[in-house]
Design a protein around this ligand. Structure first.
Ligand code: GRG
Length: 256
């Protein structure tokens, strides 16, 4: 698995080399800054469980990390985030236009690579991209009229985080040789893992964690981000059980 991850790393670096000098630097800026490579690892693990890690599987593992990377460039512009992976974000260094175009360039590289893998991976890529964008749009729009905020939170995450985790599993299972039913199940798997991933992040914001760098305790709270613990407290405070509402209310008052 480590050898396969090293191949992914080499291919990631090669795939982001550009003839344009500025693009060459900006496209590899976040790649060089680190990252856990959770999505490529999931693709490799799914392929190994299904059969074997072929060259195509390594290419697909690169595609998911590139797509993730492209979305990070865009997301950081949208959120005006100063830091990502412990370094200054691309828009902080080069401005919004360069950061957006760099995200586009990386996404174009991912698309070219996936198209070489055939029709089915191309469909997975298109569906994943749409779900990513819809998740982001839903987050921007907020809950629909009368929608339960917890349901909205889950919809946003299923798109923003679950879709690419699902795609990692889908690519790995498909190219590793799993039957159709298993490839499809990876969508359900991705949604659950994506939700768990975000939930852990929400809880770390409240409790802190020594192993998680780049996240100061209470950042979400200070910035008014609706994390799941806060949404659940609000629901409890507005609920019909007077005991639960009374317990939730003073905590919420502290937060708000
Ligand atoms: C251009 C592809 C593209 C998308 C546009 C901006 C956008 C639509 C979607 C935003 C998606 C997004 C950034 C979701 C957050 C996902 C997430 C959990 C990021 C953190 O993932 P980690 O912890 O990060 O795996 P590292 O740095 O370890 O890779």
């Amino acid at each position: 698995m480590l050898r396969s991850l090293e191949r992914v790393e080499e291919r990631l670096d090669q795939s982001l080399r550009a003839t344009d000098q500025l693009a060459d630097v900006t496209a590899r800026h976040l790649l060089r800054a680190g990252g856990k490579r959770v999505r490529p690892l999931l693709a490799l693990l799914a392929a190994e469980a299904a059969g074997s890690i072929t060259d195509e599987v390594v290419e697909a593992a690169v595609v998911v990390e590139l797509t993730h990377l492209a979305s990070l460039y865009h997301d950081d512009v949208m959120d005006s985030a100063p830091l990502r992976r412990g370094v200054e974000t691309a828009h902080t260094v080069w401005g919004n236009t360069v950061a957006i175009l760099t995200g586009d360039l990386i996404f174009a590289r991912a698309s070219a690579m996936v198209s070489a893998l055939g029709q089915e991976p191309l469909m997975i890529q298109a569906t994943t991209f749409e779900r990513l964008v819809i998740g982001q749009l839903k987050e921007t729009a907020g809950p629909a009229e009368g929608q339960d905020p917890v349901e909205h939170y889950i919809q946003v995450l299923s798109g923003k985080t679950g879709s690419l985790i699902a795609a990692s599993g889908q690519y790995g299972a498909l190219l590793g040789g799993a039957p159709r039913s298993v490839v499809d199940l990876m969508v359900v798997y991705g949604e659950k893992v994506g939700l768990a991933f975000q939930l852990a992040d929400d809880i770390i914001d409240l409790t802190g964690h020594p192993d998680v760098s780049g996240k100061t305790r209470g950042t979400d709270l200070r910035e008014g981000v609706d994390t799941l613990p806060v949404l659940l407290l609000r629901r409890d405070a507005a609920g019909t059980d007077p005991g639960v509402a009374a317990a939730a209310e003073p905590v919420l008052r502290l937060i708000d």
